[in-house]
Design a protein around this ligand. Structure first.
Ligand code: F6P
Length: 416
């Protein structure tokens, strides 16, 4: 690599996304890149001419270690859908003019399925105009729903946060034996894929019963059957804990959160913001049985929880960034880094590369056979799959009792 690299982050943040950025930056430098630029707020920021030189922020090894431990997307993010090239040539001309001006040789985008759509479109356009820039996708998403990869960086850390928090709140929930019982509903992210919600079962061990019921979006939600199950459990247990995906929906496709106070915010990819499922179901159970209820939304905390990030996950995030640069250095383009599980016991995972065209806009959900017949728990196979991904801790660098993070770059806090 002789010239410069441009890197961006896009979509929802994860606790491992900056480990990938560190892997990209350090490996690009090792490969001889002169400058590694970071676009601020992804492709949207690049179109506005907003980018930074990463060497001004990652000045030494300590900064690189802090970057790995910094939550959210260090470069800021966007949910911007690049329009089709046909009829929108001016958008692409603008991107490529900026890349030419900055002497960019390699373009890496760290993101999920929607971000891979951006890499796909840019690499295709680049080929059509004879550009030599290599475009590589670096996977990330807490949702774990990217196709053709065993899993995605970001999932392991969010799953770990969920499993730990479930253990803690389950313990807390049975300290008082309320007259009509207590029912806690915990809402977990993941939109249309239940990988994160299933991770609630990882809390089950000899010192924790785990949640009583787990509802994934892969199986239509039946409120009557849910009611009956909670009724039976309330009759025998001090506390009933239910994990639900934010995306559970009834057989006709209505999201459960839409049954309550619906939130109408829709992003550029047409995704509705989903929230309110736990609060709707907790209200429903309180009305039905007069018991004490609590609605808990892990919300942003589950993907921002870098103080308890999985070491396996952050190491793999770094490895994904490194593999993206090495692929580009070998002249490859139009690909995304994937993870391949080489051995289950012991867990061994390696990276590979797959055509981004086959990944963009696709979604990998939890296989039906990894969910029990009743559709209210995950199977042992699911647990064997997820367990290795949460192993180990990336210990925070603590200062004054708090984890230290790399400072936010200028230009991210102010509204444009
Ligand atoms: O795609 C990642 C994700 O965290 C989803 O699980 C969730 O539905 C969505 O992002 C939330 O996005 P936002 O924080 O932009 O509302």
């Amino acid at each position: 690599m002789k010239r410069n690299v441009m890197v961006g982050q896009s979509g929802g943040p994860t606790a491992a996304i900056n480990a990938s950025l560190a892997g990209i930056y350090i490996t690009a430098k090792e490969c001889g890149a002169k400058t590694v630029y970071g676009m601020l707020n992804g492709i949207q920021g690049l179109l506005e001419g907003r980018y930074i030189d990463l060497s001004e922020h990652v000045k030494d090894d300590l900064d690189a270690e802090l970057l790995k431990r910094t939550p959210a997307s260090f470069l800021g993010s966007c949910r911007y859908k690049l329009p089709a090239a046909e009829g929108n040539e001016e958008v692409y001309e603008k991107v490529f003019a900026t890349l030419k001006e900055l002497d960019i040789e390699v373009f890496i985008y760290i993101g999920g399925n929607d971000s891979m759509d951006t890499i796909n479109k840019l690499s295709k356009y680049g080929q059509s105009v004879g550009s030599e820039i290599r475009f590589i996708g670096c996977p990330k998403t807490v949702d774990n729903d990217l196709a053709l990869t065993d899993h995605t960086p970001g999932y392991g850390s969010a799953a770990k946060y969920i499993a730990i928090s479930m253990k803690e709140l389950i313990r807390d929930s049975f300290t008082i034996d309320f007259k009509q019982g207590m029912c806690t509903i915990v809402e977990i992210m993941g939109r249309d894929a239940g990988w994160l919600t299933g991770a609630a079962a990882l809390s089950k061990d000899e010192d924790c019963d785990g949640p009583d019921l787990i509802y994934l979006p892969e199986v239509p939600f039946d409120i009557e059957s849910f009611r009956e199950k909670v009724k039976v459990l309330l009759a025998k247990k001090v506390s009933v804990v239910v994990a639900v995906s934010e995306g559970i929906h009834t057989a006709d496709g209505t999201y459960v959160c839409e049954l309550g106070n619906s939130v109408d915010f829709v992003d550029a990819f047409g995704h509705k913001q989903l929230s309110g499922t736990a609060s709707y179901l907790a209200g429903y159970i309180a009305n039905e049985f007069g018991c004490k209820t609590r609605a808990i939304e892990f919300s942003t905390l589950q993907r921002a929880g870098s103080h308890i990030a999985s070491l396996t996950d952050t190491n793999e995030g770094y490895a994904a960034g490194r593999a993206a640069i090495l692929a580009a250095d070998e002249g490859k383009t139009g690909l995304m880094v994937v993870f391949e599980r080489l051995s289950k016991h012991p867990y061994v995972c390696g990276t590979g590369l797959r055509d981004v065209d086959k990944i963009a806009n696709d979604e990998r959900v939890v296989p039906r056979e990894w969910i029990n017949e009743d559709g209210d728990y995950v199977t042992d196979e699911f647990l064997s799959y997820a367990k290795p991904l949460i192993r180990g801790e990336l210990v925070p660098i603590m200062v004054n009792g708090l984890p230290k993070h790399l400072n936010v770059p200028d230009g991210l806090r102010e509204r444009k």
